[in-house]
Design a protein around this ligand. Structure first.
Ligand SMILES: [Zn+2]
Length: 205
């Protein structure tokens, strides 16, 4: 019986070569992405919510809700529209509103609803996913310093309830604390953390 060796002439050798080539390709691709991030982006958009279709302006039903600005003490005039800004060196569109505020400023629920997900990790850092009462729209709050005491998934919240505090967790610049706030129209109720991105800025214009 022939001895098995790792050469291109054996099946196991071919598989091993394929694995090595795949690993090298992954390293190259990841390195290229990181280089782009380092070169072009101060902040990339948090990984989620993922966009499932084209972004848009808020519809009348959302405008009529008079959503609360989710950072305590911030006036509409202090907001700047950065929804369409490039992020990640041009690899993404921001699709959210960055609200600058001092570290530790209370972050408040924009309307009544419930917490569907508390996620910690990735570019968003400490994040909250809230749905409205009907589950139609989702609200995403990212880069929090920490959660409000006792905040839990499944919890009902009322407009103005404390969710957490402004910070720089995830990929926010340490010297520029802000709330990354996104609105999305839920596409699939089983995956309520993704949907069509909607620009929050016109709601408070
Ligand atoms: Zn942002």
């Amino acid at each position: 019986m022939a001895r098995r060796t790792f050469s291109l002439h054996t099946v196991s050798g071919l598989i091993a070569c394929g694995l090595v080539a795949g690993a090298l390709l992954a390293v190259v691709v990841i390195g290229w992405r990181l280089a782009l991030l380092a070169r072009g982006a101060i902040e990339v958009m948090p990984d989620e919510p993922e966009a499932s279709s084209a972004a848009g302006e808020p519809q009348p039903d959302l405008r009529e809700r008079s959503l609360l600005i989710p950072v305590q003490g911030v006036a509409p005039a202090a907001l700047t529209d950065n929804f369409n800004d490039a992020r990640a060196g041009g690899l993404r569109v921001h699709h959210a509103l960055d609200i600058m505020a001092a570290r530790g400023t209370p972050v408040l629920a924009v309307e009544d609803g419930r917490i569907v997900r508390l996620h910690h990790g990735g570019a968003g850092g400490i994040t909250v996913y809230q749905l409205d009462a009907a589950g139609r729209y989702g609200y995403y709050y990212a880069h929090l310093e920490r959660y409000a005491d006792g905040l839990a998934e499944g919890q009902k919240v009322t407009r103005g309830d404390l969710l957490g505090y402004v910070g720089t967790t995830g990929n926010a610049p340490p010297k520029a604390p802000h709330l990354h706030f996104a609105i999305y129209e839920v596409a699939d109720p089983k995956r309520p953390w993704r949907g069509r991105p909607i620009d929050p800025f016109p709601l408070w214009r």
